[in-house]
Ligand binder design. Structure first.
Ligand SMILES: [Zn+2]
Length: 213
């Protein structure tokens, strides 16, 4: 998870219009503009697991569930773009599907973790791709979102870390300036992305780079 800079100015006019129409709800909204706005705002990453999302696979998540917070169902600051939770990954026979992100969270509420707050800074990643926190509420939220259980999530994070570390290890013997240049250019890539898209699981790389610099 990374912090999302959610701006009221990014809210599409179609959502505002829909909200001001009497007797409307989220299901009746044409979601195309909203999907585009959330994708751009989140650099095409799932708000929870940071896997790639796009116009074809984006789901719209209500941070505060609409089953309980009906008044927030059309409020832009309560809406995030998320992945399909792994429900479309083909399974090898005998394997049980473990969902993640809002497909696992469903109508439950997170205790503290919120992509709009600095709570995301309390997450850290271990070498095997596990995401952890020393905060007990956030540890509960990690479980609620299935961030260590979703098929491939841990593996993808571990692989990203391994490939970055292997690139860096090739600079062994080079000057400190050269190694730091490498780290700074990677930092730029994982924090700014390219053509409006950030690399998947970018926080994993960024945390490692920041420890090295
Ligand atoms: Zn996700």
């Amino acid at each position: 998870m990374r912090k999302i800079d959610k701006q009221a100015s990014n809210e599409p006019q179609s959502l505002k219009n829909h909200r001001s129409t009497p007797n409307t709800n989220f299901d009746g909204l044409d979601k195309s503009d909203l999907q585009d706005a959330l994708l751009r705002e989140q650099f095409f990453l799932c708000a929870y697991c940071m896997c790639r999302i796009n116009k074809k696979n984006i789901n719209i998540e209500h941070y505060k569930p609409k089953s309980k917070y009906n008044n927030l169902e059309l409020i832009y600051s309560n809406l995030f773009g998320v992945c399909d939770g792994g429900e479309n990954i083909p399974l090898t026979s005998g394997k049980k599907r473990k969902l993640h992100c809002d497909k696992k969270k469903a109508n439950q509420e997170l205790l503290k973790l919120n992509p709009l707050t600095n709570s995301v800074d309390l997450l850290y990643f271990t070498q095997d791709g596990t995401v952890k926190s020393s905060d007990s509420d956030i540890s509960t939220d990690i479980k609620l979102l299935g961030l260590n259980e979703g098929i491939f999530l841990k593996k993808h994070r571990a692989n990203l870390l391994k490939s970055l570390q292997s690139e860096y290890s090739r600079l062994r013997g080079k000057s400190l300036a050269e190694r730091n240049n490498f780290l700074r250019s990677k930092k730029k890539f994982y924090s700014q992305g390219f053509e409006g898209k950030l690399p998947e699981y970018c926080q994993v790389a960024l945390q490692w780079i920041e420890k090295k610099l």
